[in-house]
Each structure stands twice: as C-alpha cells, then as structure tokens.
Design a protein around this ligand. Structure first.
Ligand SMILES: Cc1ncc(C[n+]2csc(CCOP(=O)(O)OP(=O)(O)O)c2C)c(N)n1
Ligand SMILES: [Mg+2]
Length: 737
C-alpha cells in the first residue's frame, strides 16, 4: 500500500481516533453547551477541510496559497469568547477563528470567502482576488498583509482609538465597549514589530490610558523551521507591567474557551491589554511547499496528532453525549463535501482581468469632493475660540512654520475627529514649534505626546483612521521614518488595496525633513532621501516650499483623507520653516499672509498640481524644482535675468503623484529643462521627473543638478555634497549653449 501523504495521514488519524478509540472519550460535563460544541466543531472542521482544499486546489492548478490553520483550530474558541463587532486582526493560521466569528453573523458565507481567496477570484469579498487574506467588513475582520507582526502596531492603535473616539464623542467604527483582538505566531512574537507594539500597549496602559487589546499568541513552537525555545513565549510575556497573561492548551477546547473568556472579560472590564498564550501544534508543514521532514523527525510529527484540536472537540461532543462517534464522523464528512462543492464552484469564478481592475482601489480619487471639503472652514465662532482674538489672516505675513501651525489649528477646529500626535507634539509643541499651543487649545485628548517609537506613532495613526478619527501623526525627522517605514508601505498604503476600499486608514503624516539645515546639521537632521516613499503605490507626497502653499496643501491632504481615505506624507522642509527673505536680507519675500476661509475655495491646490513662477515674456529655460530648490531656483532665475536669460521656475509641490502633464507643458514651452533636486542623484526625485518627461514625449534638452550619492556630513561640509546656487546657475548656462 502506498504511503499516505501528510494530508491523508492527518485526515486518517482524526477519523480512526474518533472511530476506534471511543474509550478515550470518557463521559464528562462541559460548561460549553451542546450548541456551542457543535458550533466550535463546525468551525474547526470547516477550517481543516479548507486547508485540505487549499492543497488539492493547488495540485489541480486552481489555488495559489497553501499556508493553513491545521493544528491551530482552537482559535475558534477565542472567536466564540468575543463579539462579532470586536475588531479582529488575524494571524494567517486563524482560519477557524474566522469561521467561528462568521457563525455569529447570520448570512455569512465564510467557506466560500476563503475558497475564493485561495483561487484569487475577483469576487472574493474583501481583497477581490488581490491576496488570500482573512478579512470581512461585516465581520469586523481587518485583512492583514503577510509581513508577520506588522499588524500589531495597528492593533494597538485600534484599541487605543476605540476608547479615544468614545471619549471625544466621535462615532467611530466600533462600539464603545468593543475590544480589539490580534493574533500572531510564536516566532512573530519575537519580531521587533511585535515587541514594539506590545511594549507600546503596556506603556500606554501603564500610564493609565485605556488599551482594550487582546493579544493572542498561537504558539506552535516553530517559525517555519526555527524552534522557539521552550517556555520563551511565557517567560517573555508573563508578568509584564499592565499586561495580564493567560494561557491554555490548544488541544483542550474547554480550557481554551475558558481562558479566552477570562482574557476577553478582563480586557473588556479593565480596558487594559491581555496576552492569551495558546499552545498549539502545526500540521502539514509551514506551507504546501515546505518539506518539514528536513527539520523535524517523523516521530515528532506523528506525536502532534494526539494534540489535534478537532479531536479535543470530538471528545467533548461524545463525552457530553452531544454526538456519537459516528455522528462526529458524519459531520466531518458532510463538511468535507460542503467544502469540495464550494471549491468546485470557486474554480469557476473569474480572476482579476485587467490592470485597471487590479489597481482600482488604489486610486479612488474624487477631486471634486476633495476641493469642496478643502474649501470648508469651522464656523466663525469656532475659529475665534480656536485662535483667541487673533485670527491668523489678521496676523500679517507669516513664515512656513507659523502658517502650518495656524493651518493645523484651523483643521482641528474644522475636523472634530482630527488628532495630532507624536514625540514632543503635545506640551512642547514640537521640536520646531509647529504644534505650539495646540494641545492647550484643543485639549490633550486631541493633541498629545506619544512614546518615542515611530512605529507605534504610525500604528496609532493606522488604528485611529480605521476608527473614525482623522490622524495627523508627526515624525520628527525624515531620517526617523525609516525604522517604521513598513507601517506606511505595508500597512497604510496597502489597506485599501487588500480590502477593495472597504477599509481605509485616512492619515496625513507630517514629516520634518530635507536638507540645508544650518543650526543643527548632520546626517539625520539633513536627510534628503525620498526614495523609500516615492515608489509606494497610492501614497501622496506633498512638499510645500512656502507658506502660501502650505495651508491649502494641508487642507487638500486632510480633505483627501476624508473623501477617499488617502494616505499622505506632508513633508515640511525644515530649512524653510523660519525663512523670511528670498533675494536679500529684509525683503520678507518668503513670508505670506494667511488666507481667510472666504478665499479657501479659490486657493485650493489639487493633488498633483504644481506652481509656475513665470520668468516674464518668452522664457529660455524651465527650472523644475521643489522644497529648498524653489527659492534657490528663483534666486538663480533672478541672476540669469541680469544677463537677459529668462527662466521659468516650476515648483512641483507634489512628488507623488507628480504633476506630469503640467511638467511636460512647462518643459515644452522652453525646450530646456534643468531639474534642481536636493535629493540624491540615485533614487532621487529627478529620476522620476526625467522619466515623466520622457514618458510624456518631451524631446527637448534635459539637465539636472542633484545631491551627491552620500550621507550628509556635519557642519559646513554638508555644502560640499548638496546642490548649490552657483552649481544651478552654471548648469543652466550650459543647457543654454
Ligand atoms: C517580517 C517577515 N519576515 C519574514 C517572513 C517570512 N515568514 C513567513 S511566516 C514565518 C514564520 C512565522 O512563524 P510564527 O510567527 O511562529 O507563525 P507560524 O507560521 O508558526 O504560525 C516567516 C519567517 C514574513 N512573512 N515577514
Ligand atoms: Mg510558530
């Protein structure tokens, strides 16, 4: 007889254990009712058969994903201990949780949902064929990317925001007494993203703030082939401040359910986090492609079968007299048939069929609505309350920093759901004073300090956006975005994509950055690299060079967040924060008067629209720039004018999406383009600008001046590697010869 495959062996072990060893199924009384036991078993068996289906669908050429939940199905008991309105961010092995939750919501079709995900069908209900995820809007299950633990900072943010939205009276996405639940594996628990998030939850709860978060570690002892040291998960999480530890053996459904109820009750009642550690087994290897025999002995693999959570539930079903062994097997087989039929049906569903269809959730732009929202202000009384007697439009010419501060105040008055937060944002008012006075005026519930962890700051933004709030996190310096960048790339920007826009995390991330800082220089404070942001699909990158642009651009980003769930990075050039003059000391030309609300509709700056500074008459050259390059280019244009050379300066204002059409027009007008780019030659903005020009069919001359491919040194040495005005001027003259 041919040896059984692992799939066949798992099936066989379960069936023979139930059929042939009824002696193990001793009578007992379980607090789980007969109905609950049946629900539990159905979810577990459904999940098991989905795993088996994933394998045959793969073998038949229909399926694309084989990481399963087999061995972890006790997570169904966790779902049963929760409410279907408790937001859930699930591990990729939480299939039985997903099915058990769906059983709480009439009309759900979880088996079909998962199968459609496995075959990449366009009508899969959450990701629409873009990935196989556990997610469903009606089940409050937020889909996750496959980067392990990357959902945990968001989960902390969701938990925090449940309470904060309730406190502020903002109708959020969740009931006021909801708790957030996040599951993850044992290896994931050691990932810095997880440790950072768990630490943030503990520290926040320790400080006395509500963080109703249930962390569920599904501990199978392995991360692919790597063993987690025995006892490590418990040692690392038991006894942590403000985190209550619970544990259960996943092969014992009653114990699992009891622990989950106790943990969920604790979180709901105390509004503080708990860590539920469920010991499970992993069947069928890490994924279909994983030959676990290369790192596990056959005996070890076989020993796991005794801990099958389905068997645990079967025992209780029989021991409580709910079902006979034969009925358990019948139910198991019925579910097998149900899954097979649904799988056959799933293979007839269509995949995504066009590039536009794939990309549709990335670009749900409604520019008309954005323009309308950007033109709205708080009432006169609310503005007067926010600003005191001194409305910013009456304050005379303002710097970029002062303008952003006033624009933030206007936005806080206009959007009661807006939060502004980050390191030093609250009391101190920001390292550069950009949020000064805002916490005092709008309250520490809306403008506040966070812990020193960019990942947690962004995670809070992600969770807040999902919870009906409008988060405006601040990252102190561009260089310090990098340690948390996955929260923008993998989480913020991808959520609409993997949920066909059903979930969104509107957010405007304010980042102080770029080069030419004189006072406090060096590599980190003069970071001039935008490469990591430029290629993120759907991300909007705004760079206001001057006060006049900053307020309308900020309003546009906030309106786009509200209208479309857009994620924007609002990159503020530090060196221009307090700049007053353009051409000569005292000219005050870099200051602008703040526009009052009556002018907002006219001054609206749509996403992707640059600004032209004409050179007068028929220009000879177009200088294309952004950020610090704009005032430099304007000064160079002035010097060129002395020699009769007319330069048109085009401020991109938006690095993503680039104003491509306008750019081509401005370039074609003179036939000579010089790109003045303070970012690096490699991976810098100029690469995108040149590509946009070429793609747009521009055939004239192109030159560029960029920063060198180096980190920025301290002090005056920085000037050696950054673009200088003489360099711009020389390059412009070269292009004209
Ligand atoms: C950040 C990141 N690094 C690596 C991987 C590749 N990877 C996928 S699953 C996995 C192991 C995770 O183990 P564990 O957290 O214990 O979950 P389990 O699969 O055992 O349930 C790894 C390394 C990943 N998905 N994300
Ligand atoms: Mg594991």
């Amino acid at each position: 007889m041919a040896a059984r495959t692992f799939e066949e062996e798992l099936d066989h072990r379960f069936l023979t254990a139930v059929r042939d060893r009824p002696g193990q199924l001793a009578p007992c009384v379980a607090p789980l009712s007969a109905g609950q036991l049946r629900t539990l078993f159905d979810a577990q068996a459904g999940s098991r058969h989905l795993d088996l289906a994933a394998r045959y669908l793969r073998a038949e050429g229909h399926g694309f994903y084989t990481i399963g939940s087999a061995g972890h199905e006790s997570n169904a008991a966790v779902a049963m201990a929760l409410r279907p309105t408790d937001p859930a961010l699930l591990h990729y092995r939480s299939g039985a949780f997903y099915l058990a939750r769906a059983a709480q919501v009439p009309g759900s079709t979880p088996i079909r949902d998962v199968l459609l995900g496995l075959v990449g069908a366009a009508d899969e209900p959450i990701a629409g064929g873009r990935h196989k995820v556990f997610g469903h809007h009606d089940l409050a299950v937020i889909p996750q990317t496959s980067t392990i633990a990357s959902h945990l900072p968001r989960a902390v943010g969701v938990a925090f925001s449940i309470a904060r939205a309730a406190k502020l009276g903002i109708p959020g996405g969740w009931p006021a007494d909801a708790i957030a639940v996040a599951s993850f594996g044992d290896a994931s628990a050691s990932h810095s993203t997880a440790t950072g998030a768990i630490n943030a939850a503990c520290r926040t709860a320790y400080a006395g703030l509500p963080v109703p978060l249930l962390l569920v570690c599904e501990d199978n002892g392995l991360g692919i082939s790597v063993r987690t040291p025995d006892g490590w998960v418990e040692a690392a999480h038991r006894g942590r401040p403000a985190l209550r530890y619970f544990s259960a053996d996943g092969s014992d459904p009653q114990a699992c359910y009891d622990a989950a109820v106790a943990a969920a009750d604790h979180v709901r009642a105390t509004r503080s986090p708990a860590f539920l550690h469920v010991t499970v087994v992993r069947f069928l290897g890490h994924a279909g492609s994983d030959a676990e025999v290369s790192y596990r002995t056959e005996a070890e693999i076989a020993a796991g079968y005794a801990s099958d959570p389905l068997l645990g539930t079967a025992r209780l079903l029989v021991a409580t007299g709910t079902l006979t062994p034969g009925q358990v097997i019948d139910r198991y087989e019925e579910i097998r048939d149900q899954v097979r039929k649904a799988a056959d049906e799933a293979t007839t569903r269509r995949p995504l069929a066009s590039r536009a269809q794939v990309m549709a959730p990335l670009a749900p732009e409604s520019p008309g609505e954005v323009a309308r929202l950007a033109g709205l202000a708080a009432s006169q009384e609310e503005r007067e309350a926010a600003f005191g007697a001194r409305l910013p439009e009456n304050a005379g010419p303002l710097t970029l920093a002062d303008t952003i501060n006033r624009a933030l105040a206007d936005a806080l008055a206009r959007y009661p759901e807006m939060l502004a937060f980050g390191e030093d944002v609250g009391r101190k008012g920001g390292v550069y004073g950009l949020t000064r006075g805002l916490s005092r005026r709008f309250g520490a519930g809306r403008v506040f300090d966070t812990l020193l962890d960019e990942q947690s700051i962004l995670g809070l933004g992600l969770g807040a956006g999902l919870s009906g709030l409008l988060p405006v996190p601040e990252i102190q310096y561009l260089a310090y975005l990098h340690n948390a960048e996955d929260q923008v790339r993998g989480e913020a920007a991808s959520l609409r994509f993997f949920s066909t826009g059903q979930y969104r995390n509107p957010m405007v991330v304010r980042v102080a950055g770029l080069a030419y800082q004189k006072g406090f220089g060096g590599h980190f404070h003069n970071d001039n690299a935008l490469g990591v942001l430029r290629d993120i699909p759907g991300l909007v990158i705004a760079v206001p060079a001057r006060a006049r642009d900053a307020a309308p651009m900020l309003r546009t980003c906030l309106a786009a967040a509200q209208a479309d769930g857009t994620v924007s990075v609002f990159l503020e050039p530090i060196a221009l924060y307090h700049t007053r003059d353009l051409h000569e000391p005292g000219d005050g030309e870099w200051l602008s008067r703040y526009a009052g609300p009556e002018r907002w509709p006219d001054e609206h700056v749509p996403i992707g629209q640059g600004h032209v500074y004409p050179g007068g008459g028929q220009e000879n050259i177009t200088l294309v720039s952004f950020g610090n390059g704009v005032p430099m280019s304007l000064r160079v244009a002035d010097r060129l004018a002395a020699d009769g050379i007319r330069a048109r300066v085009f401020d991109l204002r938006w690095i993503a999406p680039l104003p491509a059409g306008q750019l081509r027009q401005e370039a074609t007008r003179t036939g000579r383009v010089l790109i003045v780019d303070e970012t690096r030659r490699s991976g810098g903005v100029s690469e995108g600008v040149i590509a946009a020009l070429v793609d747009g069919g521009y055939q004239g001359k192109i030159g560029r001046v960029c920063a060198a491919d180096t980190f920025i040194p301290l002090g005056d040495a920085a000037q050696l590697v950054l673009v200088s005005e003489p360099e711009i001027e020389a390059a412009a003259r070269r292009l004209l010869t």
